[in-house]
Design a protein. Sequence first.
Length: 395
Amino acid sequence: MSPRPPRTRRRTATGLLAGALLALVACDPEEPPAVEEAAEVLVTVPGDPPGGDLSRPTAVTVAADGTRTVLVRGTDGAGLATVSADGARTGAVVVPGTSDLFAVVPSPAGAVAVGWADGEGGAGGSVVLVPVDAARGTTGTPVPVATPSPGEVYPGLSRATALPGGRVVVALTRVGGQAPLLLVVDPATAVVSATAEVELGDTLGGAGVVDVADLAVDPEGTRIAVGVVAHSRDWGGSGFRSVLATVDAGLRPDGPTLDLASDATTAQVEAVAVDSGGTAYAVAVVGDDRDTRLLAVAPGAAAAESLGDPDVDLLPGQAADLAVADGAAWVLHQVPGDGDGTSLTRVDLADGSASAPRGLCDGQAGGLAVEPDGDVVAVAECGFEGRLWVLSPVE
């Protein structure tokens, strides 16, 4: 298997000092995003020895009735926790029959967990879909999906999202520097209705490692965005390059694959989202100074646009997830420091200005979702416990 490229920043002392000064300029006098904490819920999934409890949430999704389903990982397996619309935990179960779960997405019945099941003797395997009754907090039997060339798939770096109506889009990272593979699957029948390789363009030629960084779709299900990061020792600098590819619901390209480095030499995409107008957004670490930027790609655009001041670091740390709604981008990110804390930053999409980070806890950032009423749901591991916050924006 290809090694996962490290996403940890490496900065010189001079770069760190410059980044800190720029961050002060960017955030001062900005305040943290104006949100009220509506709920905080433990979502740790009880586990058995030797792995013990599952306490690291990595993703969250919201059903039509407001129930939140959280994917929670541990040292030995993965599970799902459900939290009702009124903030009560309604379920916490370890999911059997899978070797890895990498996503949880909404479905008409509540949610679907997407993962991988190894083949007999560890050879091959397939994508599996696990139906979730979010209201009851229970899961069904994992359903295998016919997966092309399963021996080439790296499930730990694969992603999934859902189209309106419930079809699941899966982006599979493959070994050996191959282009990622996209699948559209009906979760009710496990039938694959479309497959396509992600078009990488010329930017990533010669890469030894090509990974899916993130996958997102607009609320109408018309535009799917795939963020891809690649690494080569021959590229110089950090050795990372990234592209954003967009396709329609049938997996046909709907625009050129764009180099996210733009006028810089390197780029490392971390998170992707798409708004209701079809504009795709990407958080990426760009250039030799490793500055974080929020990039926008409107339908038909020939290049990615950097929002805000491109010479100013957008936010400290590494982005874990991104969501866009109501003219704002919400970024859940890991802030380096003594506490290595999880924080939430709001970016105004009109001018690219960022709030100061709002700290949630000292721990590992997980996932993020925006609910239909505008509330922000975030999950993270804090003090060896999985936690979920519901945060209500205020004027």
